[in-house]
Design a protein around this ligand. Structure first.
Ligand SMILES: Nc1nc2c(ncn2[C@@H]2O[C@H](COP(=O)(O)OP(=O)(O)OP(=O)(O)O)[C@@H](O)[C@H]2O)c(=O)[nH]1
Length: 367
C-alpha cells in the first residue's frame, strides 16, 4: 500500500499545476483526487523502466493499474491504433469487474513510469469500506466502456458503408468498362461488330475449346456501292449499308458473328454442319440483299452483292483461311460480281435466281 508522492518541484509550481488540474475537466479515464486517494490507499506501487511490459495481449489479467507518473502505451494489434495514456489514467480494470479476463491489449511503459496496482483483494476492501466511491468509479467506467463499444459499432457501420460505396463504384466502373469495350467493338452505323470485334472473336475461337460444328466464313461486299453514294447521296448510301447489315444479321444464328468490316464490306462467321449449309447462308444473304428496294432519283434502286467464302481450317492461322475467302471474293468481283463463290464446294460461281437478277445497281443508276 502507498500514498501518491508529490513531484520534486517547487511548492508554487505544484500549487499552480494543481489549480490548473482542478479547473480542467477530467478525461473519461482520469481519476479525481478523491478517487486517486481511495485507490492509492489500497494499492501497491510498481516502478517501470522504458519498454517494460505491464501485461501482454491475451494474458489472463488479475489487476487494474493507475498511472502515477510517466506514460503507458496500449497496443491493441489488429491494425487498431496504439493509445498513449498518462498520469491519473486507469487501465486494465475489466479484470476486476469480470474476473479471469483476457487482456485486449499489451501495456508497455513508454517512459519511465510508476503505476498503482489494484488487485482483487484491494478491490474487495474498497467494496466494503468505500462503496460510494467504488460505485461512482464503476458507473464512470461502464459509461466509458459502453461509449467505446458504441463508437466501435459506429466505426464498423461507417466502414461497412464505405466498403459498400467502394463496391458500388467498382461495380459501376466494371459496367462502364464493359460498355466501353462493347462500344469499341461495335460499328456505329449498323450496330454490328466491327473489325476489332471480328479479330477478338477469331482469337477466342482459335484459343477456345473445339466446337461440334464447323466454322465457315463469308465475306460480303456490295457491288458498285460508290455509285450509289455518288448518284443517290450519302444518306441513301447509309440506309443501304444499314439494310444490308440487317440481312447479314438475319442469316446469323446466336452463336455466329455478323460484322461490318468497314465501308461496304461485311463478314459472317457462322457455325454450320457442312459446306452446303455455308453455301445456303451465302445464297440467303445474296437474294435478301437483292430484294431490298430504296428510293433513287431515277426509279427504285436495287443493289447486289458479291460473296467469297470457305470453311475455316481452325488448325491453321486464321489469316490463311481469311485470305482464301478474300481471294474468292476478288474472283467473283472480277467476274462481274452479283453472286457467290464458296471455296471447296462443288459449285463454282453462283448467281441469284433469274427472278432476282432482273436488274442490278449498275443498270438502275445508269443515266
Ligand atoms: N454512305 C456511306 N458510304 C461509305 C461509308 N463508308 C465507306 N463508304 C463509301 O463506300 C465506297 C466504297 O467504294 P469501293 O470500295 O470502290 O467499292 P464499290 O464502289 O462497291 O466497288 P466494288 O466493290 O468494286 O463493286 C466509297 O465511296 C466510300 O466512300 C459509310 O459509312 N457510308
Amino acid at each position: 500500500m502507498s500514498n501518491l508522492p508529490t513531484t520534486p518541484s517547487s511548492a508554487a509550481a505544484d500549487l499552480a499545476a494543481n489549480q490548473a488540474k482542478a479547473r480542467a475537466p477530467l478525461l473519461p479515464r482520469e481519476l479525481s483526487d478523491d478517487e486517486l486517494a481511495v485507490f492509492a490507499a489500497v494499492s501497491t506501487r510498481r516502478d517501470l523502466d522504458v519498454g517494460e511490459i505491464v501485461f501482454q495481449h491475451g494474458e489472463v489479467g488479475r489487476c487494474m493499474y493507475i498511472i502515477e507518473s510517466g506514460e503507458i502505451r496500449l497496443e491493441f494489434g489488429d491494425d487498431l491504433p496504439d493509445k498513449l495514456i498518462g498520469e491519473r489514467t486507469f487501465f486494465g480494470e475489466l479484470t476486476l469487474f469480470i474476473g479471469n479476463h483476457a487482456r485486449g491489449a499489451t501495456a508497455i511503459a513508454a517512459t519511465p513510469a510508476t503505476v498503482h496496482v489494484v488487485d482483487h483483494a484491494a478491490f474487495e476492501q474498497l467494496m466494503l469500506h468505500e462503496p460510494r466511491h467504488l460505485a461512482h468509479f464503476m458507473r464512470r467506467s461502464f459509461s466509458y466502456l459502453v461509449a467505446s463499444e458504441q463508437q466501435l459499432i459506429a466505426n464498423q457501420k461507417r466502414r461497412n458503408e464505405d466498403l459498400l460505396a467502394t463496391l458500388n463504384s467498382l461495380h459501376l466502373t466494371q459496367s462502364e468498362l464493359a460498355a466501353t469495350e462493347r462500344l469499341v467493338q461495335t460499328d456505329e452505323l449498323t450496330n454490328l461488330c466491327n473489325r476489332r470485334g471480328l479479330y477478338r472473336f477469331l482469337k477466342r475461337v482459335q484459343e477456345g475449346p473445339a466446337m461440334d460444328s464447323a466454322l465457315g466464313l463469308l465475306l460480303v461486299d456490295l457491288d458498285q456501292f460508290k455509285r450509289i453514294n455518288d448518284h443517290c447521296g450519302h444518306a441513301i448510301g447509309d440506309q443501304v449499308l444499314r439494310a444490308a447489315g440487317q440481312e447479314v444479321l438475319s442469316a446469323a444464328a446466336a452463336s455466329d458473328l455478323p460484322c461490318r468490316l468497314g465501308g461496304d464490306e461485311f463478314a459472317l462467321l457462322t457455325y454450320v454442319a457442312n459446306i452446303e449449309e455455308l453455301e445456303m447462308r451465302a445464297a440467303q444473304i445474296a437474294s435478301a440483299i437483292r430484294s431490298l428496294r430504296f428510293p433513287s432519283p431515277n426509279q427504285h434502286l436495287r443493289i447486289s452483292v458479291s460473296i467469297g467464302g470457305g470453311m475455316c481450317a481452325l488448325d491453321q492461322p486464321w489469316a490463311n483461311w481469311y485470305s482464301e475467302a478474300d481471294a474468292a471474293l476478288y474472283d467473283i468481283k472480277a467476274r462481274g460480281g452479283d453472286g457467290w463463290l464458296i471455296l471447296g464446294s462443288n459449285a463454282s460461281v453462283n448467281r441469284p435466281s433469274a427472278s432476282d437478277s432482273a436488274a442490278c445497281v449498275a443498270e438502275q443508276i445508269r443515266p
